[in-house]
Structure formats: C-alpha cells, structure tokens
Design a protein around this ligand. Structure first.
Ligand SMILES: Cc1cc2nc3c(=O)[nH]c(=O)nc-3n(C[C@H](O)[C@H](O)[C@H](O)COP(=O)(O)OP(=O)(O)OC[C@H]3O[C@@H](n4cnc5c(N)ncnc54)[C@H](O)[C@@H]3O)c2cc1C
Ligand code: FES
Length: 320
C-alpha cells in the first residue's frame, strides 16, 4: 500500500499575521491539481522526514494551487519550524493529495463557524465556498490579538460588504476569551456548526453542542487533547490482501507493527487526529481511540485509525 505523493513548487510565501505564513504551492508542470472540498487538508512530506497536515485555505474552485497557512509553533520539533526557516520560494515540497475529515455540509439554512487562532484555516476555506454558493454564515473568531489573526483583513472586507457576519474576539485587547457557549446558543437547531481551534475551545464547543442533533455538529482537532497509548490485551490483525496474520503485542500500535514487518502503512500525526492512517475494517471490533471519526462512524466499525486504536475482539480483518 503506498500513498500518492506529488512534487509541488513553493510559488510564494506570504506573511498573513504575526507568526503565520501562508505557502502557495503549485504543480511543477503548471497544470491543474486534483479538486478538493472545503475543510480538506494536505500532508506535507518534509525533507527532514516529518509529515505534517495543513488545511487548505484557498477557495475550492481554484485548481492551479494549494494554499496552506502555517502557524509557527514556538516549541516545534521541526514541522512548522522547517517551513518558516527553509521552505523558500522555488523549493520543491512533496505533498499527499487532499483528504477531508471536516467536510462542509452544503444546503444548511445557516452555518455558524467558531475559530480559535490558526484553527481559522479550514473555516476560512469554508467561508469562501459559502460565499460562492450564496449561503448564509456567521463567524466567531478568537485570536490572542489583532496582529495574530490570520485573514483578518479579508474577513473585515466580508463584514463591511454584509455586516453582522464576522465577530472577532482579541483576547489580550478585549480582556476575555471568546464565549463559545454564547456563540453556539445564537444558532437555531437546524443550523450546522463548525469549530476548529485549541483543545480547550474544542472542549467548550463540544459541551455547548452536546444536546444538538449530532449531524449538525462538526469539529476538527489539529493536535490530540492527550497522548493516547494503546490499551488492552494483545490481539491479531489479518491483512486481507495477503491473508497474513500478525500479532499486535500489548502496548504496541497496529501501525508500528505493520511498519516493522515491512508493510508500508500511511501515517502523519500518529496521534489519531489527521486520518492519514485510516483503514477499512472487514471484521472484528476496533477499540477506537482517535479524534477523527464521528460517534456514528465508530459504532459502525467499518474503519479505524491504526496509529492509536486497538481491538476489542481477538482478531481484526483489515482492508490492507
Ligand atoms: C487535519 C489537520 C490540519 C491542520 N492544519 C493546520 C493548519 O492549517 N495550520 C497550522 O499551522 N497547523 C495545522 N495543523 C497542525 C500541524 O499539522 C502541526 O501539528 C503543527 O504545525 C505543529 O507541528 P510542528 O512539527 O511544528 O510541531 P511539533 O514538533 O509536532 O510540536 C507540536 C507541539 O507538541 C509538543 N511536543 C512535541 N513533541 C513532544 C513530546 N515528545 N512530548 C510532549 N510534547 C511534545 C511541542 O511542545 C509543540 O507544542 C493541522 C493538523 C491537522 C491534524
Ligand atoms: S496518523 Fe494521523 S490519525 Fe493516524
């Protein structure tokens, strides 16, 4: 099993806000790129060996480029630091094709978006799509300060064109954090709600939306809320394509064992947040530990993230 990787040229690097740069990535042949939907992300396979996911921020109608905006993590072990220090115009970067774990449902009577910091990226892409289809939306956007709010100028223009849609909260200037509960409470029951931001914001959003119809509530983690270690006893995994069965010892992940056995298995975050390692489950009951699947998808047991999830049954037959 191998992931399709594409070489892209860094066409431009733009300073979007304090410690946020966007990278305009274009195909080497100048041709059209595979289409993507709002909320999608790509994996950047960096020359330092790291694989990091970044949401696409340009309008999905654009086919000539993928635009990502990256926040420099002060404690970065290499992903955002590499991009800031070494991904210069003219450099080539390998990427995986777009995947979407945070898809925009079109046709809702209204869409309410709640962003925290760099979590604006997939939501700004959704806004551009909502504008294209003439849908109704409101954004609640919390950032530490005006200077650190990426796409502020573009959002201010949208607000001027049709007031009442963009609500900024600048924590340091306003002296308080964005009130997620209040933002959510302003939405009628049939409104679709989307949230991306730091873990405490996502937890507040989950609590504030717990009573709403689950199909109207959408969120994306950029980092795992806590480190998830595989739990439970050892089990076996059978690879459907070869019929080979492998022992997954207690405390190890399926992903690590399959890599050790020389079977390539795609991965990026290895923390259950990006969806890169998703595989189909043909039989058996996974012990889901990821932050990607919805409750309904977990209950269906048709797919799992093998970087963190284990098994409740003695064997899993995986679509690999
Ligand atoms: C679907 C998805 C979309 C994303 N979209 C974006 C986006 O649009 N823009 C964006 O900027 N980011 C995005 N991210 C986050 C991005 O993929 C990276 O995680 C982020 O850039 C940090 O990577 P890094 O290599 O710089 O930092 P890392 O080295 O991965 O470190 C990240 C944090 O983890 C901590 N850490 C690292 N190692 C350890 C350790 N051993 N023990 C304890 N703590 C540790 C560090 O202190 C640091 O604070 C997205 C993530 C996902 C899953
Ligand atoms: S590698 Fe990201 S969810 Fe498994």
């Amino acid at each position: 099993m191998s992931e399709i990787l594409v070489d892209m040229m860094v066409h431009a690097v733009i300073r979007e806000a304090k410690a946020v740069h966007s990278f305009d990535l274009r195909p080497l042949d100048g041709g059209l790129l595979p289409p993507f939907t709002a909320g999608a992300h790509i994996d950047l396979h960096l020359p330092n060996g790291l694989v990091r996911s970044y949401s696409l921020v340009n309008a999905p109608s654009e086919r000539h480029r993928y635009l990502v905006a990256v926040s420099r993590d002060a404690k970065s072990t290499g992903g955002s630091r590499f991009l800031f220090e070494q991904a210069m115009v003219g450099e080539t970067i390998k990427i995986g094709l777009p995947r979407n774990n945070f898809a925009l449902v079109e046709g809702a009577p209204e869409v309410v978006l709640v962003a925290g910091g760099i979590g604006i990226t997939p939501l700004y892409c959704m806004i551009q799509r909502l504008e294209e289809i003439g849908a109704s939306w409101r954004l609640f956007y919390g950032a530490r300060e005006r200077a650190s709010a990426a796409f502020r100028v573009e959002l201010e223009k949208l607000e001027s064109a049709k007031p009442g849609r963009v609500h900024f909260n600048f924590d340091l200037e306003d002296g308080r954090l964005l009130d997620v509960t209040e933002a959510v409470a302003s939405a009628k029951l049939d409104v679709h709600l989307y949230c991306c931001g730091p873990v405490p914001m996502l937890e507040a959003f989950k609590a504030a939306t717990a009573w709403r119809p689950p199909e109207t509530v959408h969120l994306e983690y950029f980092a795992a809320p806590k480190q998830t270690a595989p739990s439970g006893d050892s089990f076996t995994v059978t690879v459907a394509s070869s019929g080979q069965t492998y022992e997954i010892p207690k405390g190890r992940t399926i992903l690590d064992v399959l890599i050790d056995k020389g079977l390539y298995a795609a991965s990026s975050c290895r923390a259950g947040v990006c969806g890169a390692c998703e595989v189909g489950v043909l039989s058996g009951e996974p012990d889901h530990k990821d932050y990607v699947l919805s409750d309904a998808e977990r209950a269906a047991n048709k797919k799992m993230m093998i970087c963190v999830s284990g098994s409740k049954s003695a064997n899993l037959l995986l679509e690999l």
